[in-house]
Design a protein around this ligand. Structure first.
Ligand code: ATP
Ligand code: MG
Length: 289
């Protein structure tokens, strides 16, 4: 690609990125009256949710309550039966212009439940998949540079780039998945159970990384998790999915003040209390140092 065209593409990208800067939108995502149904099974019914720009929103709910389906609906992989989903003021399924749809999709990165790296591609090649899709004219040298930068950004050693997923530890696979979801410098990041399967130290480090990246890049994060420690460590607010809708959304203290039995069981059950006391201990320690 000639330098002129490359420069023009970079300028277009900067303008597009500027259009979705968090300060321009109070809400990155607005969902109203969402309904999802598979055959007779109604997963969501009348679900409303607002995700504020720049926040890390934790999404919790029992297994099978439709957290992943909700995420897939937002990113356009699942067509809802009814309702409206707006991302940065635009409704994906009413966009008819391919360019506009591409511009919107390019603003988010997704890490799916289970990671799902391409096993036949190296880490660097995995990271380059979305780049090649959106910028087919980028030359290999630049693709390699971007991949190396993303590898570094997620705290992987530089020699992880040429490795294949099977050669990595579970924690490294998660980081590689995160690197791929950050390939396009998204404004909005969707993470579906990113710490599942990690040991507690690996999970805590991953939480720290997400918090740090979100703060430095001004990201909005939609974080589905079962991990109570993650909720305490990373989330600004938490949305609770139950009874086919979001039954509550707020900070953890706000949720604790609600009477709902599932919420009480979840946060005040043995694991919830352990996570809360661990958080308090960390705060006391930070206060001392
Ligand atoms: N494509 C599909 N076709 C039919 N049913 C589906 C489809 N996708 C999801 N479901 C059903 O929708 C329900 C919600 O699934 P989903 O994967 O969103 O749950 P979840 O809250 O993410 O659970 P987990 O915590 O176990 O990941 C489940 O009963 C699932 O079987
Ligand atoms: Mg799921």
């Amino acid at each position: 690609m000639t330098d002129d065209i490359q420069q023009q593409e970079i300028e277009n990208e900067l303008a597009a990125a500027d259009a979705v800067r968090p300060e321009k939108f109070e809400y990155a995502i607005r969902i109203r009256g969402l309904r999802n149904q598979f055959g007779d099974a109604i997963i969501h019914d009348g679900l409303d949710l607002d995700v504020r720009s720049g926040e890390i929103l934790g999404v919790v709910g029992g297994s099978g309550t439709g957290k992943s389906v909700l995420m897939r609906s937002i990113v356009g992989l699942q067509t809802p039966t009814a309702g409206e989903i707006e991302v940065y003021g635009k409704t994906l399924d009413t966009i008819t212009d391919a360019e506009e749809s591409r511009d919107l999709r390019r603003r988010w990165g997704v890490m799916f439940q289970g990671g799902a790296l391409f096993s036949t591609l190296s880490v660097a090649e995995n990271i380059q998949v979305p780049l090649r899709e959106y910028y087919p004219r980028l030359d290999q040298r630049l693709l390699d540079e971007i991949a190396a930068y993303k590898v570094q950004m997620v705290g992987l050693p530089p020699d992880a780039g040429p490795k294949y997923p099977a050669e990595l530890s579970g924690g490294m696979v998660k980081r590689a998945g995160l690197a791929r979801s950050l390939a396009l410098d998204p404004a909005l990041l969707f993470l579906d159970e990113p710490t599942a399967g990690l040991d507690p130290i690996g999970a805590a480090k991953f939480d720290e990384l997400i918090r740090e990246l979100a703060d430095t890049m001004g990201l909005t994060v939609f974080l589905i998790t079962h991990d109570l420690d993650s909720l305490y460590a990373t989330c600004d607010r938490v949305a609770v999915l139950a009874e086919k809708k979001v039954i509550a959304v707020g900070t953890i203290p706000e949720l604790l003040a609600t009477e709902h039995p599932w919420i009480q069981d979840y946060f005040n059950g043995p694991r919830g209390r352990a996570a809360a006391s661990c958080k308090q201990a960390t705060e006391r320690q930070d206060g001392k140092s």
